[in-house]
Design a protein around this ligand. Structure first.
Ligand code: ZN
Length: 342
């Protein structure tokens, strides 16, 4: 082998060894690019070796050319691999910057209906009412019969009530809890029953097939309509402020006699009339009355000894008034933009 060829092959070998050392120390794409130019560039090492080929004996050129090509392939491949490894661990890797503000996350809160329900329960608890609960799947007996609602009463209509198998149904009001409580407890009874109720209502701005009621019941000796008025007034003033007045209008319910609807004076306008109270100065809240003696018959209370009053209210209605919400469906759509306002 000629001296030229020997020296060229030796240089190729040395170049490969020093390339291996250099690429091991590369850790930025800029350094890698410089290395690429050094070896593969137009004036780089590989090009330099090729330019020496013509000086070789023609017989020795193929072997030398082959050695240079192997070096070229080795360098090319090593640089591509390094490029990939730098790509995954290099500057594109997310850098943790401890000085940046943290990622905010949402803190949940009580549903506005539950907040209002809690408030109602707290007010009555402060007046000595216990909190009772009953099943949402109720028997016909408790939902209707024992509340003096006869089989032909319109509120039993298939169009109003979700009937289940047998004598089961989804309770249409929280009143059955009155019966269940009186069955297991002798007077005096002073209770409220907050809970979910169901009716076949088509959803609109003021109707929802699911809604919440709070039922109240007080039974003892010498309980009068005046006691009912006192409790409703105290409740109204704790909920909407001490200037709120109440009024009762005659009405009819099967389980109370006499029965009344009760209204609060509009807290938005002080009774002068506004959009919320439809310019009447009054807000209809719900019904109340003295427990019908027939109901006492179902739970074995002596109507000659005991009297009682009962009242109800819709939680959605009160929440809508308290927060000036115009559409009951907002409570059930669970839109975070609505819920996060409370
Ligand atoms: Zn008003």
């Amino acid at each position: 082998m000629g001296q030229e060829a020997d020296s060229l092959l030796n240089d190729v070998k040395t170049a490969r060894a020093s390339f291996e050392q250099e690429i091991a120390q590369v850790d930025t794409p800029e350094q890698l690019d410089q290395l690429r130019i050094k070896y593969l560039g137009r004036k780089g090492a590989v090009a330099g070796f090729f330019s020496r080929l013509p000086k070789l004996d023609p017989a020795e050129r193929p072997a030398a050319g082959n050695a240079i090509n192997q070096l070229k392939q080795f360098v090319t491949k090593a640089i591509e691999e390094k490029k990939r490894s730098l790509g995954s661990t290099g500057p594109r890797k997310p850098v943790f910057d401890a000085s940046l503000p943290g990622t905010p996350f949402r803190i949940g809160s009580r549903h506005p209906l539950l907040q209002v329900l809690d408030e109602i329960v707290d007010i009555f608890a402060s007046m000595g009412f216990s909190v009772e609960t009953g099943p949402e799947i109720e028997r016909d007996y408790y939902n209707f019969e024992a509340l003096n609602i006869p089989p032909d009463h319109p509120s039993r209509d298939l169009q109003d009530t979700f009937y289940l198998e047998g004598d089961k149904l989804l309770r249409t009001h929280t009143s059955p809890v009155q019966i269940r409580t009186m069955e297991k407890q002798r007077p005096p009874v002073r209770m409220i029953a907050p809970g979910r109720c169901f009716r076949k209502d088509t959803p609109d701005a003021t109707h929802s097939p699911t809604f919440h009621q709070v039922e109240g019941l007080c039974v003892d000796k010498n309980v009068t309509f005046a006691d009912l008025k006192g409790v409703i007034l105290a409740f109204a003033q704790k909920l909407f402020g001490k200037d709120v007045r109440i009024r009762f209008r005659p009405s009819f319910f099967p389980f109370t006699e006499p029965s009344a609807e009760y209204d609060f004076s509009c807290p938005m306008c002080g009774g002068k009339g506004c959009r919320v109270c439809k310019y009447t100065g009054w807000l209809e809240i719900s019904g109340a009355g003295m427990v019908d003696p027939a109901v006492f018959g179902f739970v074995d209370y002596d109507p000659e000894v005991y009297t009682g009053y009962a009242f109800g209210m819709g939680v959605e209605r009160i929440a809508m008034l308290k927060h000036m919400i115009g559409d009951i469906r907002l409570f059930y759509e669970n839109d975070i933009r609505f819920l996060s306002q409370f």
